[in-house]
Design a binder for this molecule. Structure first.
Ligand code: GLN
Length: 550
């Protein structure tokens, strides 16, 4: 039977519970254990699919088409695990199934209540992911202890602790110890209060993970151990570090996995972290630099593009470089400002998105990339904009568009498929999750993947309109990936360009720090090549200027 680790958070939100959970997952895997992870989200939305990325950040898509919290992206990137929709529980989805059962009469006329019906449903979801082949389930409780919304989750995990043998559960509480500059002190009081709050719900932490901007001294550590009633070595201090991928190494050094294994009575060899260490070193010691322009709608909240940003970092590290992202608000890539935004970029990336705002700026940025040989990667909406741009500039259909943005366009190069009708329920009406694409022999895409069929994750409604396929091809666009039944174009590329690729799917969901996605890898390699050639040109130009002046 699987053992369970529960991760709660206190003091403030955004303390990195997700990264802590993901890092523990990595460490337990490195000890040879089979792990899975899960996030319990307190909000009442059924899934984050319909939530504004400005508020919630990116929607992470799983193989089975689950639209999930972005922490699942961290879980997958840090571990070897492939998660499913079951790994994201929301209050909305819990209530939805309890109400469905009530309507079906499953509760035999009982009064349906938070305890036991909602808590039973939550416990059922937690147990469900602990299948036979899993040694440890790591469950992160979203929100902060004390939030009204998290109460049923805390109650459910409290009950589970009682139901499980004592060596089968471990409670980790993540808090912040702030540093007061005026008195030059680290303050443990908020942590003590947060544990008192946790205890008032019947939960005693076994391990404290304490975030701080500078190392905890012995006195602070002893205080936390005493007041929070955990062993001194179970006070794990995580000092702020710039590279999230170094967190597993820090936590291992601080003894987290050892303490968790002791509590769970798991005997394993020490973790083998050599490859991970080498990868972090590669990231930290990257010599080259590359600047990528990310042209999007939600550039004020970089979390909206979290997996894209991480994928760029993975690919840059694999190419011995560090990536600088220039966040370009799409609405501003128009007219006078366009040049200043796009100048000096080594590559241009147009990510996914919904709605008309900023579309013309994205199209303008793509035209710039196409005409000036700047490496371009278009993801989902990025591919669609590239096809619109191609339809307008190359095929001469000046009003080409997607029916998402102009329902009456004379040239709907991007359109809904015939079998898609208007629907009222906006949840789950998209092409979601993994679909195969066969790659066209001889294309750059095929060379990058080194495979003939690939499986990638989708989240969109619109597609390239098949009525324009032959015209696009005759104009010089290459379909580098097509669905096996030939109905859907999945990847486009332009030959005679250093790198111009668009995918209808989201490759960013499958990139890993130790295994970057081939499309990102190729994109960054092309961007680096451009950077090197432009800097050589500059050097030649400046030495010529010197010669001319001397
Ligand atoms: N809005 C476009 C569609 O629904 C693109 C979606 C996306 O980029 N994920 O097809």
């Amino acid at each position: 039977m699987a053992k369970h680790v529960f991760v709660t958070g206190g003091v403030t939100s955004s303390l990195g519970k997700g990264i802590t959970s993901a890092s523990l997952g990595r460490l337990l895997e490195a000890r040879g254990l089979r792990v899975t992870l899960q996030k319990l989200d307190p909000y009442i939305n059924v899934d984050p699919g319909t939530m504004n990325p400005f508020e919630h950040g990116e929607v992470f898509v799983t193989d089975d088409g689950g639209e999930t919290d972005l922490d699942l992206g961290h879980y997958e990137r840090f571990t070897g695990v492939r998660l499913s929709r079951d790994s994201n529980v929301t209050t909305g989805s819990v209530y939805q199934s309890v109400i469905r059962k009530e309507r079906r009469g499953d509760y035999l006329g009982a009064t349906v209540q938070v305890i036991p019906h909602i808590t039973n449903e939550i416990k059922g979801r937690i147990r469900k992911v602990g299948k036979e082949d899993i040694d440890v389930v790591i469950t992160e409780v979203g929100g902060t202890v004390g939030d009204i919304e998290s109460l049923p989750y805390l109650e459910a995990i409290r009950q589970l602790r009682k139901e499980l043998p004592s060596q089968d559960s471990c409670f980790i509480h993540v808090t912040l110890v702030p540093y007061l500059a005026t008195s030059e002190e680290l303050k443990t009081k908020p942590t003590q209060h947060s544990v008192a709050e946790l205890r008032s719900h019947g939960i005693m932490p076994d391990v404290m993970v304490v975030r701080s901007s500078r190392p905890l001294d012995d006195a602070a550590r002893r205080k936390i151990s005493l007041f929070c009633d955990v062993e001194p070595d179970a006070v794990i201090n995580l000092v702020d570090i710039p590279n999230i991928y170094a967190v597993p190494l820090e936590l291992n050094e601080a003894g987290l996995d050892a303490v968790v294994c002791r509590k769970l009575d798991l005997e394993t060899d020490p973790p083998d972290l050599a490859d991970w260490e080498a990868m972090v070193l590669r990231m930290d010691e990257a010599k080259d630099e590359v600047t990528i322009g990310l042209v999007g709608k939600y550039v004020d909240l970089p979390d909206a593009y979290l997996s894209v940003v991480e994928s760029l970092k993975h690919a840059a590290a694999a190419n011995g470089a560090a990536v600088t992202i220039r966040w370009i608000p799409a609405e501003e890539v128009d007219g006078l400002l366009a040049e200043s935004h796009l100048e000096g970029l080594d590559g241009i990336l147009v990510p996914g998105g919904f709605g008309i705002r900023g579309i013309e700026g994205k199209i303008e940025a793509i035209r710039h990339a196409r005409e000036h040989d700047v490496p371009f990667l278009g993801l989902c909406l990025g591919l669609q904009c590239a096809v619109i741009e191609f339809g307008r500039s190359v095929l001469g259909h000046s009003n080409a568009n997607s029916t998402e943005f102009d329902p009456t366009t004379p040239d709907p190069v991007i359109d809904l498929m015939e079998d898609q009708n208007d629907v009222e329920d906006m949840g789950g009406t998209m092409r979601l999750g993994i679909y195969p694409a066969k790659l066209t022999p001889g294309t750059l895409t095929e060379r990058l993947y080194g495979e003939s069929v690939v499986y990638e994750r989708h989240r969109h409604r619109w597609e390239i309109n098949n009525r324009y396929r032959s015209e696009l091809e005759e104009g010089g666009l290459v379909f580098a990936g097509i669905s096996p039944d030939d109905r859907l174009v999945e990847i486009i590329e332009l030959p005679d360009h250093p790198f111009f690729i668009g995918s209808q799917f989201h490759p960013e969901f499958k990139s890993r720090p130790d295994n970057p996605h081939p499309l990102f890898d190729g994109f960054i390699a092309a961007a680096l090549k451009r950077r090197r050639s432009t800097s050589t040109e500059e050097t030649v130009a400046s030495s010529e200027a010197v010669t001319a002046g001397s």
